[in-house]
Design a binder for this molecule. Structure first.
Ligand SMILES: Nc1ncnc2c1ncn2[C@@H]1O[C@H](COP(=O)(O)OP(=O)(O)OP(=O)(O)O)[C@@H](O)[C@H]1O
Length: 310
């Protein structure tokens, strides 16, 4: 797949404090790439650097073969983390103004805007002033503004925050459709279930540096170990005798055992002590949500090789 955006060894400091370091990834045509990390990890700084809002101290950014200083910004769509629309302007006028800034033809922009407003349940809102919109409606309008000019690269910083579940579904479907039609998408979100469902690859940052980079399936296969959930009163001393356990979490009579990567489940089950009280037992792969929490709280050690390839 063709690389639309290539970021190499980006570094940025504020007041001598290094915020991001050696950030390198690419975003390919037709894919949804997630940029993930705990609060303050450096996601927005990376995105703002890509958008030319701030200069990197180190590294390079390339868009479709164009170096940083000659990137055609009108080919990029951006939904920033901080939402902001002009308040006293009619919805359609604002969308057309932003389309014009991207040199996009007015007639086509108007047609697309009407069609998207209808798609997002905002029929008739084109003539309404922006300040009359609810927060979620405003977000939909800002999303429309970010894609009105058919960008080749779309950068979405927390696109789902503040959306109700139905609107979230609509956004998810639209983002998938844009990718299917060839748009390269870089998406930052804290909703791991959505990311897991929607994104093709991911780049996870912790304290300004890469911790995982790879295809969603590969990351899950390589990194998501099994966990065993047991319902039943069991003393910790007994649980500690069970082999291949990385971590034990107990909450009342429910215990979760996080298993090592090399576990072969049927063999491991045979090793459970006979004295174990089991009312219910289930084995699952840990989710992206749990991988994220493990990394953010420094509880997990990355297995060999993970995080080193895309
Ligand atoms: N203009 C600035 N001046 C000084 N420090 C900054 C500035 N912008 C960001 N930072 C710091 O850089 C770090 C990374 O911030 P950034 O906004 O990139 O994180 P993030 O991963 O997007 O977090 P969140 O999930 O909370 O949005 C934080 O410690 C933040 O305080």
């Amino acid at each position: 797949m063709t690389n639309v955006l290539t970021v190499k060894n980006l570094g940025k400091s504020f007041k001598l404090k290094q915020i991001i370091k050696n950030i390198s990834f690419d975003v390919r045509k037709g894919e949804i790439m997630a940029i993930l990390g705990p609060n303050g990890a450096g996601k927005s700084t990376t995105i703002r650097t890509i958008m030319g809002i701030m200069y990197p101290d180190e590294g390079s950014i390339e868009f479709n073969g164009h170096a940083e200083n000659e990137i055609p910004r009108q080919k990029i769509g951006y939904l920033p983390e901080e939402r902001g629309l002009y308040k006293n302007v009619k919805v359609m006028d604002m969308i057309l103004y932003l389309a014009d800034l991207k040199d996009y033809p007015k007639k086509k922009a108007k047609e697309r805007a009407l069609s998207y407003l209808a798609k997002f349940g905002l029929e008739g809102k084109d003539k309404v002033s922006v300040e009359e919109l609810s927060k979620g409606m405003g977000q939909k309008v800002q999303f429309i503004a970010s894609i009105i000019h058919e960008p080749e690269l779309l950068i979405l910083d927390e696109p789902f925050s503040g959306l109700d579940p139905v609107s979230q579904e609509t956004f998810k479907q639209e983002i998938r459709e844009l990718a299917n039609n060839g748009t390269a998408i870089l998406l930052s979100s804290h909703q791991m279930n959505v990311v897991e469902e929607l994104c093709d690859r991911l780049y996870m940052i912790h304290r300004g540096e890469k911790v995982i980079y790879g295809a969603m399936e590969d990351v899950k296969n390589e990194y998501a170990n099994f966990k065993c959930t047991i319902k039943g009163q069991n003393p910790i001393t007994l649980l500690e005798t069970i082999p291949n356990v990385l971590r034990i979490e107990q909450n009342g009579d429910v215990t979760v055992l996080y298993l090592t990567q090399d576990v072969i489940v049927p063999l491991w089950l045979r090793k459970l002590p006979e004295q174990l009280t089991v009312q219910e037992l289930s084995i699952d792969k840990i989710s992206l949500h749990e991988i994220f929490i493990d990394i953010a709280t420094d509880q997990h050690q990355l297995p060999e090789g993970v995080g080193s390839h895309a």
